[in-house]
Design a protein around this ligand. Structure first.
Ligand SMILES: *Cc1c(COP(=O)(O)O)cnc(C)c1O
Length: 226
């Protein structure tokens, strides 16, 4: 028999340090599955589609912290601005301006992670390190009082090559450490390094991750055809 969601969660929690934040990635999964994790103590959930996250936010307990981990479409930011607790996939200054504008309407400060491209594959989204520093040094960034850049997010290549994954995670960690102390303004506080998923989270933690995004190892395989 397969393990229950609560058992999977327990096993993962035991295998990661207290200093690493666990985001339970619940995309495509029904509300009952989320509630099972919630009843086992989990409060942070990640979704990659805005509509799906909004619907789940409306019907599930209000102390859940919702993280948007998917590719950002700027026209959808308004739907989640009232409640989203962290946006992982920010990859342009334009996105930051829109998040700021929508956050302001709700009198909130929304925490964001810049998505950095670390995979060698061409298909992955994200900013090159030089583009990250361009954004962080933009004078106009100072005016965005309703966002906070809280760190970086990265995804390793989809490969079995552990050495390659390790070198991609390590390079992001090195970049993060270099940038961390470089800025002295209210809306930049680089504390979070979001990297690691079901297949590679141990490696990511070894390489300095402070936040892992784990879906299938908690909820089981996703069925995209359903
Ligand atoms: C789906 C997804 C995850 C979780 O993937 P699993 O392999 O199921 O753990 C993590 N991060 C992002 C950005 C995702 O889209």
């Amino acid at each position: 028999m397969e393990n229950s969601i609560a058992q999977n969660l327990q096993k993962i929690k035991e295998s990661i340090p207290d200093t690493v934040t666990l985001v339970a990635v619940s995309k495509t999964k029904p509300e009952e599955a989320i509630l099972e994790a919630y009843n086992a103590g989990q409060r942070i959930f990640g979704e990659n589609k805005v509509q799906e996250m909004v619907a789940k936010h409306q019907s599930l307990p209000k102390d859940i912290q919702w993280h948007m981990i998917g590719h950002l479409q700027s026209n959808k930011i308004k739907y989640m601005a009232e409640f989203v607790s962290l946006i992982h996939g920010v990859d342009s200054f334009k996105n930051l301006e829109e998040i700021n504008k929508q956050a302001k309407k709700h009198n909130r400060i929304i925490a964001c992670l810049l998505q950095v491209k670390i995979a060698q594959e061409e298909t992955k989204f994200g900013l090159k390190p030089v583009e990250v520093t361009e954004i962080l040094r933009q004078e106009k960034l100072n005016e965005l009082k309703n966002i906070r850049i809280a760190g970086f997010m990265g995804m390793a290549s989809f490969t079995d090559n552990q050495e390659q994954i390790k070198s991609e995670f390590s390079s992001l960690h090195t970049f993060f450490n270099l940038q961390k102390t470089n800025y002295n303004q209210d809306n930049i506080a680089l504390k979070i390094l979001s990297m690691g998923m079901s297949g590679d989270y141990q490696l990511a933690i070894d390489c300095g991750s402070t936040m892992v995004r784990i879906g299938s190892a908690i909820f089981g395989k996703r069925d995209y055809t359903a």
